[in-house]
Design a protein around this ligand. Structure first.
Ligand code: PLP
Length: 443
């Protein structure tokens, strides 16, 4: 009620527009992250770490477009290159452009496991491509993912993700038989993964294990530091490909992604978000040559072996490739993952102090520039302060917390702050230390 009154008074133009939009847009908004409480706001400007709504209010932006803007929103260095491309070439041709090569080169140089790279339209599409490639490369059938992990909304991977506060999963409208070859294991449990892999040996084997390397839903459910090593070992033991979904972590955690941080060499890597710097379309599949050779370029008649079809009219358009290339160059030259991560460390520390000062039932933790403010009441955890990133070790979770952890969408969680509900806060290199006090005062 308080929020309704508060935002109702400050955001009259947003409210009026949303009321009209509901008539012609299902649910009122087009983007999943724009579903927020008490009503979606209309944003007209994003710059650095700030958002501005149609009523002229300014917000600290911890949503950061859902993750892609590690440099902060709309940096002029990238925008200028995009303008130049638009003046010269326009956004798309459907043909090869030099920046496709430059972007692919930057990505393959940054991550040693990625010997080849193919730009696609979205993270969802890249995951779909990875499934096909993995099946061709291994001649096995099943795909295994961790409970609560999000790998886009394709038929085969929407499996298991629950709609917050609902008994339904996000797989409504998907016939059950499409999940016949998708299995989940319990988050953070290697014994559970091995059970699934063993069972699959009798039913066509496991083609790939998909992992969000910082934990399901970008670390909302954190993992032990050594967990990914354990997954890698099990994949090798059972002949399954290890697919690292770095849609969130790639070029946010560091230039070499979460795989660099954990010292893992996955067979396939999924990219999205940062590789187009907040511009559309952001998706890519990379990996070892012997696996990537199963990917088609167009319709490949006469190939020596079977190839998986991937595509998309807008895939690898020059605009995304230019934006992505200059974004990655700037992330590297300004050390943006370190800068945004250090700010996140300080923000997390500040939140932890507030939590203990007021005795609140929350826990704050971060993995680089991905911060979480989670309800601790429903999660028993311990923190080993000697470990990097101070990630809580989850000892036990209630089912309410499990549902809550799958919450999606933006939230205005404190006056003048926009986050990803769940509650995740992405920082960017646009944040400066002198903003900390002002931000923490709002919680
Ligand atoms: N994988 C992960 C880990 C994600 O967080 C997302 C999107 O948030 C996706 C895949 C899907 O990517 P896209 O939204 O580009 O389809």
């Amino acid at each position: 009620k308080y929020e309704e009154e508060y935002f109702g008074k400050l955001c009259t133009r947003s409210k009026a527009m949303i009321d009209k939009a509901k008539e012609i847009i299902p649910g009122g908004v087009q983007h999943n992250l724009a579903f927020n409480h008490p009503f979606p706001l209309v944003f007209t400007k994003a710059e650095g770490c700030y958002l501005y709504d149609i009523d002229g209010n300014r917000y600290y932006d911890f949503l950061q477009a859902g993750g892609p803007t590690v440099l902060g929103s709309n940096p002029s260095s990238v925008r200028e290159k995009v303008f130049q491309l638009l003046n010269e070439c326009g956004p798309s041709t459907g043909l090869f452009h030099e920046y496709e090569y430059k972007l692919a080169k930057k990505i393959t140089e940054s991550m040693p496991s990625v010997e080849m790279f193919r730009m696609l339209g979205s993270g969802t599409e890249a995951c779909m491509g990875a499934i096909r490639v993995a099946r061709l490369a291994t001649k096995k059938k099943n795909i295994v993912k961790m409970g609560g992990a999000y790998h886009g909304w394709s038929d085969q991977l929407a499996y298991g993700i629950r709609i917050p506060g609902s008994k339904w999963t996000q797989a409504q409208g998907v016939p059950k038989y499409l999940f016949k070859h998708t299995q989940e294991f319990f988050p953070g449990r290697l014994d559970s993964l091995e059970r699934v892999l063993k069972r699959n040996e009798l039913r066509g084997g496991t083609a790939a294990v998909f992992i969000e390397p910082v934990g399901p839903e970008s670390g909302t459910r954190p993992l032990d530091y050594d967990f990914n090593k354990g997954v890698e070992k099990l994949c090798r033991k059972y002949g399954a490909l290890l697919v690292f979904d770095e849609v969130v972590t790639g070029f946010r955690i560091g230039m070499s992604g979460a795989q660099g941080y954990f010292g893992i060499s996955p067979d396939l890597t999924i990219f999205g978000k940062v590789i187009a710097g907040g511009y559309p379309s952001a998706g890519g599949l990379g990996g070892k040559k012997e696996v990537m050779k199963y990917l088609s370029a167009g319709i490949s008649g006469g190939a020596k072996h079977k190839k998986a079809l991937v595509g998309g009219t807008m895939a690898a358009n020059p605009l995304s490739c230019v934006a992505g290339y200059y974004t990655l160059c700037e992330i590297e030259s300004t050390d943006a993952p370190r800068k945004s991560g250090e700010f996140a460390d300080k923000l997390t520390l500040g939140l932890q102090k507030l939590i203990s000062k007021h005795g609140l039932p929350f826990v704050a933790f971060n993995q680089g520039s991905i911060c979480h403010l989670e309800t601790a009441g429903a999660m028993h955890f311990s923190i080993d302060w000697s470990k990097p990133w101070q990630i809580p070790k989850v000892l036990e979770e209630t089912s309410a917390r499990k549902q809550e952890m799958e919450h999606m969408g933006a939230a205005y969680m404190a006056e003048g702050i926009v986050t990803l509900a769940g509650s995740r806060l992405y920082t960017s290199a646009a944040y400066e230390d002198d903003m900390l006090t002002d931000i923490l005062d709002r919680f």
